[in-house]
Design a protein around this ligand. Structure first.
Ligand code: PMP
Length: 405
């Protein structure tokens, strides 16, 4: 064992509860992760003993809240190895990060006939914002195809570039297939065409160390709640040279330098993109979550989850009628499957009765479902606290449900 999993599980009070009189087996980490005590305690502590609005007050509490908030930005910077805290913008989550960039990049750099490249396996939050831009500005969306194992076809990707390509926006890890895309290589390829890249890291950051400088990503988005932090906070990383050139997203307090009724000048980075009161309590708690996973070691978490995923896939494969969906060579801790003609919803509902929380449906990736020719899948997604015993319970549950049909 890489870290003491039983001790780690004690840090997450919810894992001790029962549902329907059965111990909870929580395998829906792709949707959201559970929170360790240090994260929730940080929020309670801040509300009880510090709470004041940040950046605006001369008084003691406001300064203390501001220090906590800005220290959190530094924690995020270190965690993803950004060059500067100017490159770390706090948002509500991955969805807002992508919308911020689509809107701002669209305003700044996209005209009718320009093109954005995305992939077959994108979450709706990395499809619809570009469609909104397409409707507004007449830009075109090109889609990187994939093979049946769930791997993007890089030769086809190369062919999609044209003189009108303005941006590539791709997921680091598929929330349905678990595929870890070769984003570093894909970024190099885009840069050879002079095109910047946004990486949707919602499923990347929680499962392996991410170094934005090593990837050479121009933009990288992730959500706090998927990496053991609170809901309502996320990050958009952007290279300073890009963020400097991009126009603001929303207008309001904090993002300005001076305002008259005639003209407004904007604040410096990162505040130019942070209109209004941020969720400063959540940013503090996000920093505690990042400290927590850092202490366990991202490499240890990756190794543990890799072993669990391999074990789960091998065991599930033995079940008659099992169809695993997503068998990429490089795969994260997501296992999607269907058994015979059992509807994914029936499987999920019956597993739930056994205390096993999995996700069913299209997982906000309907175009990917269309590519696969299915309506949905059952998805088990593992986190740092899941155990082999829990995988055994899942496998026994799937066997039991399969026998019922
Ligand atoms: N992208 C991917 C790959 C995701 O898995 C998710 C969440 N399921 C999102 C984006 C959206 O994240 P959020 O809802 O936290 O904004």
């Amino acid at each position: 064992m890489i870290y003491n999993i039983n001790k780690v599980r004690e840090d997450f009070p919810i894992l001790g509860r029962e549902v329907y009189g059965k111990p909870l087996v929580y395998l829906d980490n792709g949707a959201t992760t559970q929170k360790p005590r240090v994260v929730v305690d940080a929020m309670v502590d801040e509300y009880y003993s510090v709470n004041a609005n940040v950046h605006r007050g001369v008084h003691f509490l406001s300064q203390q809240a501001t220090e906590l908030h800005e220290a959190s930005r530094e924690t995020v910077r270190r965690f993803i190895n950004a060059r500067s805290t100017n490159e770390v913008i706090f948002t509500r989550g991955t969805t807002e990060s992508v919308n911020l960039l689509a809107s701002s990049f669209g305003d700044g750099f996209m005209r009718e006939g320009d093109e954005v490249i995305i992939s077959t396996m994108e979450h709706h939050s990395n499809i619809v914002p570009w469609q909104l831009q397409a409707a507004r500005r007449g830009i075109a969306i090109k889609v990187i195809p994939m093979n049946d194992q769930g791997e993007l076809l890089l030769d086809e990707y190369e062919k999609l570039f044209s003189e009108r390509t303005k941006l590539v926006s791709i997921t680091h890890v598929s929330n349905v297939l678990g595929t870890i895309n070769p984003v570093r290589q894909m970024i190099t390829m885009a840069h050879e065409h002079g095109v910047p890249v946004l990486v949707d890291g919602a499923q990347g950051v929680p499962h392996a160390a991410v170094d934005v400088q090593d990837l050479d990503a121009d933009f990288y988005a992730f959500s706090g709640h998927k990496v053991y932090g609170p809901t309502g906070v996320g990050v958009l990383y952007g290279k300073e040279e890009w963020l400097d050139r991009l126009p603001p997203y929303q207008g309001g307090g904090e993002m300005i330098q001076t305002v008259t009724f005639e003209k407004t000048t904007f604040n410096e980075l990162p505040f130019k993109f942070e209109a209004g009161t941020p969720d400063y309590v959540a940013t503090t708690a996000l920093a505690r979550a990042l400290d927590y996973v850092t202490a366990l070691g991202m490499d240890n978490i990756a190794l543990h989850e890799h072993e669990l995923t391999q074990y789960a896939m091998n065991r599930l494969r033995e079940i008659p009628g099992m169809r695993l969906i997503g068998e990429a060579e490089h795969k994260s801790s997501v296992v999607s499957f269907l058994v015979g003609d059992i509807h994914h919803f029936d499987m999920g509902t019956l597993l739930d009765r056994l205390g096993i929380a999995v996700r069913t449906g299209h997982h906000c990736a309907q175009p990917l479902m269309q590519r696969l020719g299915i309506e949905g899948t059952v998805r088990a997604s593992f986190g740092l606290y899941n155990t082999k015993e829990e995988v055994d319970i899942l496998v026994a549950g799937v066997e039991r449900v399969s026998r019922m049909f």
